[in-house]
Design a protein around this ligand. Structure first.
Ligand SMILES: *Cc1c(COP(=O)(O)O)cnc(C)c1O
Length: 414
């Protein structure tokens, strides 16, 4: 077939056109329409295969359509899916057991999306502040960071530093103080007797895989202990193996007071998130204080158990550590003038380009042509975050494509 015949036969444009016509325009996706996915691969409606190096923002750390999670979903979907928390269900306790064992926290509060789990943590911290720390009613403050990403609710975008996330959506909830990321001194200066918590991503994903200075988390831990402030780690994207440890905070030997999980907690099958803490914090919640119709439902619980077991039993975290080291070793030797910085941990790799390179999206489009899907973040950063089930040979193929595109300065024709 000639090139024009191939294009004429493509099913992609019709899908793009219909979505564009009927949907809200709150995203700017790459022009690929996926119809099937398995492990590290996705296939588009024209039958082309791609490496998925975004892994749904780390929600599919276990790889697409993992058979074990799929089996759990199918089994549970035929038994009971949703009964509401007005009644107990036989799956929830097992989910709590697996998750508390894995994290070392005493108690779990299950929700659905990441943003809801963050909202839950905010509520827990405020109520803890009033009932345990004696903060005057309505005065509690939470310290957050420039470059943060914690979700899209109105409260959460209200303390974002990203102008676009906020513009047009106010008024916003008060009670947040934002300081530079990685600056423990600024946190110390922001803490007052009204401060109930510090909310931090151990590595900032959406900000461009920003790794804080060594010792930052330990300084936060010491500061929070000294000032009696809760340290709340949002590990929705950094957790569950992405950085080569089960949780990113482990790299620094830091245990937060509140751990927030989502995304890979269900391996991409179903939204499941959770806030974890010990009794002293979790006991602030009384019946009726907080809830969610779908939170803690038996289908989500069964899926999450299978997702966690797959992660552990198949040693995906260890694979992320080993192959992450392999990727960083190779990228360290990369000589491409467009590259300003390569950073990250495990299989979470940010390649920052010089502003003169004209933006990362162009490079992502070239990678798409070479069969590798990635998404730019913050204009100048290419994010590589494949499923943690990727093999060394597959990773090498991805890096071959990345190197070729970077060396060509994003101008090659694939
Ligand atoms: C994705 C993400 C969230 C929000 O999760 P949703 O499921 O999209 O609501 C919150 N925090 C971090 C660090 C994230 O990466």
């Amino acid at each position: 077939m000639s090139r024009s015949d191939t294009e004429a036969a493509s099913r992609t444009p019709a899908f793009l056109e219909r979505e564009h016509r009927l949907g809200a325009h709150n995203y700017h996706p790459l022009p690929i329409v996926i119809e099937r996915a398995e492990g590290v691969f996705v296939w588009d409606v024209d039958g082309r295969r791609y490496y998925d190096c975004l892994a749904a923002y780390s929600a599919v750390n276990q790889g697409h359509c993992h058979p074990r999670i799929l089996a759990a979903l199918q089994r549970q979907a035929q038994r009971a899916t949703l009964v509401s928390r007005a009644f107990h269900n036989d799956q929830l306790g097992r989910f709590y057991e697996v998750l508390t064992r894995l994290t070392g926290f005493g108690r779990v509060l299950p929700m659905n999306t990441g943003a809801e789990a963050v909202e839950t943590a905010i509520k827990a911290a405020r109520k803890w502040g009033y009932t345990q720390k004696g903060i005057a009613d309505g005065q509690a403050e939470i310290v957050v960071f420039d470059g943060n990403f914690h979700g899209r609710t109105t409260t959460i975008v209200g303390f974002s530093a990203e102008e676009q996330y906020r513009r047009g959506f106010g008024p916003f909830a008060p009670g947040f103080r934002r300081v530079p990321y990685g600056d423990a001194g600024a946190v110390a200066a922001a803490i007052t007797e009204r401060t109930c918590a510090v909310l931090v991503e151990p590595i900032q994903g959406e900000a461009g895989i920003v790794v804080p200075p060594a010792g930052f988390l330990r300084e936060l831990r010491a500061l929070c202990d000294r000032e009696r402030v809760l340290l709340m780690a949002d590990e929705i994207q950094s957790g569950l193996g992405r950085t080569g440890r089960m949780f990113c905070c482990e790299h620094d030997g830091v245990r937060p007071d509140v751990l927030i999980l989502g995304k890979a907690l269900s391996g991409g099958f179903y939204p499941v998130s959770a806030m974890l803490a010990d009794d002293a914090v979790m006991d602030v919640f009384r019946p009726g204080d907080h809830g969610s119709t779908y939170g803690g439902n038996p289908l989500g619980a069964a899926v999450a158990v299978a997702a966690l077991e797959a992660l552990v039993d198949e040693r995906m975290v260890e694979n992320a550590a080993t192959l992450g080291a392999r990727a960083f070793a190779r990228l360290a030797g990369l000589r491409a003038p467009v590259v300003k910085d390569v950073r990250g941990k495990g299989l979470w790799i940010g390649i920052e380009l010089h502003a003169s390179a004209g933006g990362a999206r162009r490079f992502c489009e070239r990678l798409l042509q070479r069969g590798v899907l990635c998404k730019e973040t913050h204009d100048h950063v290419i994010r590589l975050a494949p499923p943690l089930v990727i093999t060394a040979a597959q990773l090498d193929e991805v890096l071959d494509a990345v190197e070729a595109v970077l060396r060509a300065g994003g101008t090659d024709r694939g």
